[in-house]
Write a protein that binds this ligand. Structure first.
Ligand SMILES: [Zn+2]
Length: 136
């Protein structure tokens, strides 16, 4: 696998974000990719920041500050971003709607062997759509 394709189109393994172009060719940055997914979702209305609650598998709403078990949130979207630099460094961007106030927000969760217990507990509760993260 060539680290740098001059002008070649990306393979279908790559998570494509229509209209988004990597700023640095060859070595995409995981954080940048997550940020661009979040920016895209924010533009579509998921503008609140969600954070893990203090109990396992709970989320706190960035708008109303209420904490609810993840199962009570409406999960609107999940985007898996496989680590570009390190395959073990995998993150999942989740878009969800608050059951209390209806705010739409996003959270980035790590998954895989390197993920924190907090993130793993949340990911375990997600209704994952398919192994490659694409909607069926
Ligand atoms: Zn809320």
């Amino acid at each position: 696998m060539a680290p740098q394709g001059s002008d070649a189109t990306d393979g279908d393994e790559v998570t494509t974000l229509e209209g988004a172009e990597p700023s640095i060719p060859g070595v995409p940055n995981d954080e940048d990719e997550a940020q661009s997914v979040i920016a895209r979702l924010a533009a579509d209305g998921w503008s609140e920041q969600l954070i893990p609650g203090s109990d396992p598998a709970t989320l706190r709403c960035g708008r109303c500050r209420e904490v609810h078990p993840l199962s009570e949130w409406t999960i609107d979207d999940e985007r898996r971003l496989e680590g570009a630099s390190d395959p073990a460094d995998m993150v999942l961007v989740v878009a969800a709607t608050c059951p209390s106030c209806g705010a739409q927000g996003t959270i980035v969760l790590g998954y895989g062997p390197e993920a924190s217990a907090t993130d793993s507990d949340l990911v375990a509760e997600l209704p994952l759509r398919s192994p490659d993260g694409r909607a069926r």
